[in-house]
Design a protein around this ligand. Structure first.
Ligand code: SF4
Length: 239
């Protein structure tokens, strides 16, 4: 697949629904494409859709080892319901080694460094074995995500990125979850609209933004997985 073809397919894909985008990705990249998920509401809707497009799709998660028990419980339910094994990717530094190397509670002093160690580096390693990855980001979640295309070249990690839910709203996601009885994280029912690590996630108060509970006390809104790097020359994608 060449660079111009990405541009062409990008335009066409804007009118596709999420299942059509998923079908294109599975057809194009076979076993070299995988869904990346932290199992938020969007991720759960996407996983359910994927299971209806292709039974044995690949799904991976970055397990920071600081996740909520409810999130680990949800992973078990996903594997049972969809008959798949979640590929779990870990930091090269177990939590105790991170503490030895960088001091206690790095997340409270330098969350960017902590996210780099526990999320970005493991993701980069995982993406190195793929030609495309599928994420469940929506354009209206953060300003960084507003420019996401349904199919795009991921400059930061050097492969194709597929965002089937780019133009969906939160209401559409939740309607899908209810209509298809999709499992979801129990914390969503306790005012946690966005769920990450235990150290950096709190419930939101009435009227707060859905991501206000992530990294409270910091200006940070993204862990770095979906931040778009300034465009250099687009590399070639070889079919
Ligand atoms: S969300 Fe918090 S605890 Fe998790 S990797 Fe990032 S800074 Fe560390």
């Amino acid at each position: 697949m060449k660079q111009q073809q990405i541009a062409q397919i990008q335009l066409a894909a804007e009118s596709w629904n999420p299942r059509q985008v998923l079908a294109w990705a599975f057809g194009k990249f076979g076993n070299e494409v995988a869904i990346s998920s932290a199992f938020g509401a969007e991720g759960m809707a996407l996983i359910d859709m994927a299971s209806r497009v292709q039974k044995d799709f690949r799904l991976f998660t970055i397990d920071t080892e600081f996740l909520f028990p409810e999130t680990y419980n949800l992973m078990d339910r996903i594997e049972a319901r969809y008959g798949i094994t979640i590929e779990k990717v870990y930091s090269l530094l177990p939590p105790e080694e991170q503490e030895r190397a960088h001091g206690a509670a790095l997340w409270a002093r330098n969350p960017d460094q902590c996210c780099n160690l526990r999320k970005v580096e493991p993701l980069r390693r995982k993406l190195g074995e793929l030609r495309a990855w599928i994420a469940s980001i929506r354009r209206d979640q953060t300003s960084v995500r507003a420019g996401a295309q349904k199919i795009e070249w991921d400059e930061k990690f050097g492969l194709v990125k597929v965002n089937p839910l780019a133009d969906w709203s939160s209401a559409q996601v939740w309607r899908y979850i209810r209509e298809h009885d999709v499992p979801y994280n129990a914390l969503h029912d306790q005012n946690y609209p966005s769920i990450g690590c235990t150290h950096c996630t709190r419930a939101v108060k009435s009227g707060e933004d859905a991501r206000a509970g992530r990294w409270p006390g910091f200006a940070k809104t993204e862990c770095g997985l979906h931040i778009i790097e300034p465009a250099a020359s687009l590399p070639k994608i070889v079919a």
